[in-house]
Design a protein. Structure first.
Length: 430
């Protein structure tokens, strides 16, 4: 049983149910490539059964390490980029309150840019904080992460001395290879392994995501349990209207073939901003190959209705929209009624703000559909650990499935090497 629901009323003007049904066999064949491990990139399918296979022992070790890190730190720095960064940040930001962090430790990020200003400010700010560092890199050689790690390791050693610094560094990397693995062995850092058969953007349910999330005070068992429920849902039916991943992947590809080459993921809850960043990386890096693929972008509504809204309504008709809709609010904040109705808002007085946001969502979707933008809607009752776990698994599976519609290997990223080799040659790396 999953809480996540998919509503396709907003595409009925563009695609018929019969058209979707015609793709069922293709969906089944792509599904088999994943579950029977026969598709391209099948050496990277470790994430498929991970929610079932993850051991209680590993979860306990992650929680134990998180407790140790939290006990010794005011601030925890997570250094990583791409798949070694976005999953953790997506979940932490989605689950954290906007302002008061209560007893939560401050989680900050590094290694995801090469801004001197950012890194210099970070180091100066950390001078007066007690902190620990979690460094995450599967290859162990990524430039952005390696630069941040070198700076922070040096800073920690200067601030605490070499022995204490070692206790404040935890490395998450490959079991055997890479510079980070090597330095962890030499220095004796506490280390977690990224399984060989799970690539960066599919790794959020490994220690890559779980350790930072546990440090932020969230229940990783519940996230895994949500992912497990979604896995069960996706594996139990090959009927296209019963299987949410079949339905999403199929609709995306039908729309793509009709010229809708951009997918806009829209959220109405700003704490989902990084969830959308994670989604963009997942789909962009998985599908954008061989001159093909839907270009993934994201918007935060209603904020972006005042910027990109105009284009979405009336610009080129080349996109479709996928909305993440949250049914319930944790609060009960209402519009106050004022005697002097100076702003004319008394017509919505006593209405809950969340209800107004939901009405804005409904009105916007209807306008976009009228403007020839197909809308797929995903609904979650609320943002919590289980529901986030469901979404993480849902999008990973759908992404792999969707890539196979276009004969794309969802698990490699050959194009990322081009910019890297240019940087290295410009920097005269030997
Ligand atoms: O999804 C991917 O594979 C990439 O985004 C990587 O996660 C990213 O490039 C970071 O790589 P690494 O973990 O090797 O530092």
């Amino acid at each position: 049983m999953v809480n996540f629901k998919i509503n396709i009323d907003g595409i009925s003007k563009f695609i018929s149910r019969e058209e979707i049904k015609l793709f069922e066999n293709e969906a089944i064949s792509n599904f088999k490539k994943i579950v029977d491990r026969t598709g391209e990139g099948n050496e990277s399918l470790g994430w498929v059964d991970l929610p079932e296979n993850i051991s209680a022992n590993l979860i306990a070790k992650v929680n134990e390490e998180a407790n140790r890190i939290v006990a010794q730190s005011e601030v925890i720095v997570i250094a990583g980029i791409g798949g070694s960064y976005l999953g953790a940040r997506a979940v932490i930001e989605a689950l954290s309150p906007y302002f008061s962090k209560n007893n939560q430790k401050e989680i900050i990020y590094a290694g995801h840019n090469i801004s001197e200003d950012y890194l210099d400010s970070l180091i100066n700010w950390l001078d007066n904080k007690s902190y620990s560092l979690i460094v995450i890199s599967k290859s162990g050689t990524t430039l952005e992460t390696a630069i941040a790690f070198r700076l922070l390791k040096t800073h920690l050693e200067k601030k605490y001395g070499k022995d204490e610094a070692k206790k404040r560094i935890t490395a998450i990397t490959d079991a055997k290879k890479g510079a980070l693995k090597e330095s962890s062995n030499i220095e004796g850092y506490q280390t977690f392994i990224i399984p060989e058969d799970i690539g960066g953007r599919y790794s959020v349910l490994t220690p890559v995501g779980l350790l930072p999330i546990a440090c932020a005070g969230f229940n990783i068992e519940k996230i895994i349990s949500g992912a497990k429920n979604m896995r069960k849902k996706i594996l139990e039916s090959t009927e296209v209207f019963e299987n949410p991943a079949f339905l999403y992947a199929t609709i995306r590809n039908i729309l793509y073939n009709k010229g809708k080459v951009i997918e806009i993921l829209a959220q109405y809850e700003p704490k989902l901003f990084y969830f959308c960043e994670w989604w963009k990386q997942l789909f962009g890096e998985s599908e954008g190959k061989k001159g093909k693929g839907i270009f993934p972008v994201s918007v935060g509504f209603t904020t972006d209705l005042h910027s990109l809204g105009q284009y979405i309504q009336e610009g080129q008709r080349i996109f479709f929209e996928t909305v993440i809709s949250i049914e319930k609010s944790k609060n009960a904040l209402k519009i106050p009624k004022l005697k002097a109705d100076f702003d004319g808002l008394n017509y919505i007085a006593d209405k809950n703000i969340h209800d107004i946001n939901s009405i804005a969502e409904k009105g916007t979707s209807l306008a976009h559909i009228d403007g020839n933008v197909p809308v797929i809607k995903f609904t979650l009752p609320e943002i919590n650990e289980e529901n986030i776990g469901e979404m993480l698994y849902f999008f990973k599976f759908s992404c792999a499935l969707s890539s196979y519609y276009n004969d794309i290997n969802p698990f490699d990223q050959p194009g990322v090497e081009a910019y890297k080799s240019n940087i290295y040659s410009l920097l005269k790396k030997l």
